[in-house]
Design a binder for this molecule. Sequence first.
Ligand code: CUA
Length: 392
Amino acid sequence: MRGTRFAPRWRLAVLAGVALAVAGCATGQLDATKPIGEDAREIDGLMRLSGWMAVGVGIFVAAAVVTIIVKFRAKPTDDPDDLPPQIHGNRKAELTWTLIPTVMLAFLTVVTIGAVFDLAGAGTGRTIKVEGQQWWWQFSYDVNEDGDFDDDVDIVTANDLVIPVGEEVNLEIHSNDVIHSFWIPQLNGKRDAVPGRVHHWRISSTEPGIFYGECVEFCGLSHANMQMRAIVLEEADFERWLADQQAGRSAAAEPHAEDSAEAAGAALFETHCISCHVVDGVYESAAGGNANLIAGIAPNLTNLMSRTAFAGALYETYVQDADREYVRGSDGKLIVNIAGLREWVRNAPDLKPARADNQQGMLDFSEVLTDQDLDNLMAYLRTLGNEPVLPR
Ligand code: CUA
């Protein structure tokens, strides 16, 4: 009877565990089992191969244990002092259970090492610089392909890693503070971002789409809030994105009409934001010259509105429905998540924990900026860049 009394609680615990596990996967945002890139497919293949081998071994061992328990259990007629035949030192048995696992592990070692070398190879496409920061990712594009990322035409962005479909993109992974790890599961495995080192990684996608990623090395308070996404575009769309980034840069440098909300917002931005954020061509001097030279303690906001996400890709820049499809207004344009952006600017540490001593992350402006200030700032921020080029 004891067993039945505890059974419901037991079942509840198992159910709760399963529910939690399933809930963890419910968004399907980080799914290494649905590879889209060549490298991710190779990793997935290896994972499946070793997984199925483990399943085979598991089934064999479980079957053997059950068989032995059933077949060789003591019968009432057995003499309790009568031991079964001892097989210690049986050469055939010893060799069998040594050789089978050895061959299996040797096979897995060979295919694993092959995959490791495959994955370490350089891609044939462009190189993008990736910088891990507490707690967001910066991406720099060497647009004129002169080997550095510091020219005026070069692009610095955050959160969205925009790449063309089918291209083997080389990532040059850096960290500007602590150790992070870059992982977009559907496109490739993990690569650490280590201060003082450059790690190379290759990423590619065979389909256009948005693929979500996450920092996977504990890097401080908002480690879990350090996300990113790869926006994979058709070649023509990617070219359009590149052109858009340059256009956004020119547009940002244009002055705003006097007495407009945008102009008031720009003035507030200059007072409160430019000690951390740069807008190319406007607030570069405050950052000591070419904005691209600055590693940036905060994202470069030149093309803020061209990014699908803000705050370390924690929040969507544009309104989505329950299926994560973008919602468009009657003018056909994406609808800015202005309430979210406004709240973020008002009190960021409330939405994304940073360090208590204000040494990292956005400050709390809730006591500094009035509602009117926030509205003006929003008006200004909305002028920074076009809406994102989305995969089709
Ligand atoms: Cu960066 Cu965890």
